[in-house]
Design a protein around this ligand. Structure first.
Ligand SMILES: [Cu+2]
Length: 160
């Protein structure tokens, strides 16, 4: 009799344990956001040790923000973004635009090398009307930019 009771008890523990294990699992919402148990860890984007199922990997959210360039200049005087975000400069004007880091004409304020002049933050050519050019900001700071073809048109991207 005690044996049967013990077996029932063990089965109950196993079933309840499995139920709570499933219930606390992370649920992937259809819009890509992760719902459920998500713990903030400094290792965003890395698998959490001991839980190496693909569902547990938290993607670092990086955004794509658009700055529209018209015949009046850039749509945003100061744009606030986070490091890793991409800014797309969209040319909705009637002339070519050439987004580039301050300062004209050296373009060296954004401190990366390898671009055509002083920085990689440089379209390096006139972007035609209807075209766009994108740049990913990995470095924190207040980065001024201008239109190399019309330096009186400028703005600032503030990267946190
Ligand atoms: Cu310039």
């Amino acid at each position: 009799m005690n044996k049967i009771l013990a077996v029932i008890l063990v089965l109950a523990v196993v079933i309840l344990g499995g139920y709570f294990l499933l219930k606390s699992g992370v649920v992937q919402a259809p819009n890509g956001e992760i719902e459920g148990k998500v713990e903030e860890t400094p290792t965003m984007g890395m698998p959490v040790p001991g839980t190496n199922t693909p569902e547990m990997i938290v993607e670092t959210e990086s955004r794509n923000v658009i700055i529209i360039y018209t015949d009046l200049g850039y749509s945003s005087n100061t744009l606030n973004i986070k490091a890793g975000d991409t800014v797309t400069f969209e040319n909705d004007s009637s002339l070519s635009m050439w987004p580039a880091s301050a300062f004209h004409p050296t373009h060296a304020a954004y401190p990366t090398t390898g671009g055509c002049l002083g920085s990689t933050f440089d379209a390096c050519r006139g972007i035609l009307p209807g075209e766009s050019w994108s740049f990913k900001f990995d470095l924190a700071g207040a980065w001024k930019y201008h239109d190399h073809l019309k330096p009186s048109y400028f703005g600032t991207v503030v990267v946190e």
